[in-house]
Design a protein around this ligand. Structure first.
Ligand code: SF4
Ligand code: SF4
Length: 181
């Protein structure tokens, strides 16, 4: 497989500085609303702040890839004597929980680094984090050329896994028929 130059985008998380304001969740969901900025609903954000004010716990977690099947086991972290909920730091949308899924459609959500045209100077969650818990870095790296699924393909794959590919095709055909009437 050939190698290509790729810009690696990194959001560095300093959980010690996070104060749980959740501005990152608000702006992320507003940016991804349709039309853009028309509404904000943190349940639709591609970043989630693991939140427990009693234990003084605030840890931002970014939505990563979609998993069609849940894990065979669970993980649970204890850090500095604080015990976190199961799967708290997992970045996947998976069948075992509601995190990182569109509340209405249950389609998986994934951080896209605020892809925009023209490009954003920095991801919006970074810009809105006044506590500097999130900072942005870029670097060039040589990587193996791979095909990545975009948001639409990821969503279609999730629907096909859930309902079956033929049902999706039939539904689209019915929708097209209704459009034509
Ligand atoms: S905006 Fe920054 S300080 Fe506020 S919850 Fe998000 S990461 Fe934490
Ligand atoms: S980088 Fe953009 S898409 Fe990713 S979590 Fe932050 S605001 Fe959302």
């Amino acid at each position: 497989m050939s190698k290509v130059k790729k810009t690696i985008k990194v959001i560095k998380i300093n959980a010690d500085l996070c104060n749980g304001c959740r501005a990152c969740e608000v702006i992320c969901s507003a940016f991804h609303a349709s039309p853009k900025y028309s509404i904000n609903n943190p349940a639709r954000a591609r970043i989630r702040v693991v939140f427990d004010p009693v234990k003084n716990v605030y840890v931002p977690v970014y939505a990563g890839g979609y998993m069609a099947a849940e894990c065979m086991g669970r993980d649970k972290y204890v850090i500095d004597g604080k015990e976190y909920e199961e799967c708290a730091f997992c970045r996947s949308a998976c069948p075992s929980r509601d995190a990182f899924k569109e509340p209405d459609s249950a389609l998986p959500l994934k951080c896209d680094m605020c892809e925009d045209d023209p490009p954003q100077e920095e991801p919006l969650c970074v810009q809105w984090c006044l506590a500097d818990a999130l900072t942005y870095e870029e670097r060039e790296e040589e990587v193996e050329e791979t095909e990545e699924l975009d948001d639409l393909e990821t969503g279609l794959k999730a629907l096909a896994d859930k309902h079956g590919f033929q049902n999706i095709v039939d539904s689209v055909a019915r929708m097209l028929q209704k459009e034509e009437v």
